[in-house]
Design a protein around this ligand. Structure first.
Ligand SMILES: [Zn+2]
Length: 292
C-alpha cells in the first residue's frame, strides 16, 4: 500500500515535470518568435538572417525557424536541431541553409544561449573594407572593441559564400573564440549571447553603432571611440540597469504597432536555459483538466 502511494506521488511528480517542460518550451517559442520579428522590424535583418536559441530543457539541442523571412516567424515555425544541425524529426518544410552557424557556436560555447546571424546594411562598408568595428557611443560598447573578422575564402577558397558545411560553421566558431560578435568579411555578422533578449539588444545596438561609425568615417578625421575602460563599463548596461527590459518593451510595442506579434508578455523573459538536461526548478502545478 505504502509502495503504491509512493509510486502514485512519483507519477504525479513526473507528470508535473513534463508539464513544466512543455510550458517552458511554449514560452521559449513565443519569445524567440518575437525576437525574430524585432530584429526584422528594427532593420537588422530583412528576408535573410535568423535568431536561434538553445533548447530550454536540452542543452544538446537548439531551436531555429523553418526557412522563412524572420518578420513572419511564428512560434510553431521552430524546428528542433541537434548540435550537428540535423533536425531531431525530419520536417516537411524547408530549412535555413546556414543553420550550422548556430549549431557550431552552441557546440563550442556552452554558455551561449542565443545566436543571431544577419547581413545588416549598416555593417556592409566595414565588412567590405575590413575596417575594425569600434564603439562610437555608449550603447555601441555592447559590440566590444575590434571584434574578430572571419573570411570564408581564407580556409575554403571560392564558395557561394553561404556557411552551410559543418567545417565552415566550426571555422566561424573558432574565429568567434571567446568574443560575442564576429564580422564575416563580404557577408554579414554573427552575434552570440547568454539570452534571447540580450542577443536582440547586442544585435540592434551594434548595428546602430556600425551605422554611426560609418557616417563618422565619411565625415573624415579621427573617430573618438570609447576607451577600453569605458567600453568595459558601458557594456555592463544589460546586467546592471533596466535597459534591457525597457528596450524589449519598446521594441515589442513597435512590432505590435507595425501589425506584427503582440507585445505581450513584455516583462517576463522566457525561463533561462539550464546547464543540464534535468529539470532543476520546482515543477509547476499541472493545469486542471478541461471540462467537456
Ligand atoms: Zn548569411
Amino acid at each position: 500500500m505504502r509502495d503504491s502511494n509512493h509510486r502514485r506521488v512519483a507519477n504525479v511528480g513526473a507528470i508535473q515535470g513534463e508539464t513544466s517542460v512543455a510550458n517552458s518550451l511554449i514560452e521559449a517559442r513565443r519569445e524567440l518568435s518575437l525576437a525574430n520579428r524585432i530584429v526584422a522590424n528594427e532593420g537588422v535583418i530583412d528576408a535573410f538572417g535568423h535568431v536561434s536559441m538553445r533548447h530550454p530543457d536540452n542543452p544538446r539541442r537548439y531551436l531555429l525557424s523553418r526557412s522563412r523571412a524572420p518578420e513572419l516567424v511564428a512560434p510553431e515555425d521552430f524546428i528542433e536541431y541537434g548540435l550537428d544541425s540535423q533536425p531531431v524529426r525530419e520536417p516537411s518544410v524547408t530549412q535555413y541553409s546556414e543553420r550550422v552557424i548556430h549549431g557550431e557556436i552552441y557546440k563550442a560555447r556552452p554558455e551561449v544561449m542565443s545566436v543571431c546571424h544577419h547581413h545588416c546594411a549598416a555593417f556592409m562598408p566595414l565588412l567590405a573594407t575590413g575596417t575594425d568595428y569600434v564603439p562610437v557611443f555608449h550603447l555601441g560598447a555592447i559590440g566590444g572593441i575590434k571584434p574578430p573578422f572571419w573570411d570564408q575564402h581564407d580556409e575554403f577558397g571560392d564558395t557561394n559564400m553561404l556557411v552551410c558545411k559543418l567545417e565552415e560553421g566550426a571555422s566561424l566558431a573558432r574565429a568567434l573564440g571567446p568574443h560575442w560578435m564576429v564580422l564575416m568579411k563580404r557577408h554579414g555578422v554573427t552575434v552570440a549571447c547568454t539570452s534571447v533578449r540580450d542577443c536582440v539588444f547586442r544585435s540592434v545596438y551594434s548595428a546602430r553603432n556600425a551605422e554611426y561609425q560609418v557616417q563618422a568615417l565619411a565625415i573624415g578625421g579621427a573617430i573618438a571611440s570609447l576607451s577600453p575602460g569605458e567600453t568595459q563599463l558601458a557594456s555592463q548596461i544589460v546586467a546592471t540597469t533596466t535597459g534591457l527590459t525597457r528596450s524589449w518593451e519598446y521594441w515589442s510595442m513597435r512590432v505590435a504597432k507595425a501589425g506584427g506579434a503582440a507585445a505581450k508578455p513584455a516583462n517576463k523573459p522566457a525561463k533561462p536555459v539550464r546547464a543540464t538536461s534535468k529539470p532543476t526548478s520546482k515543477p509547476k502545478r499541472a493545469p486542471k483538466a478541461r471540462r467537456r
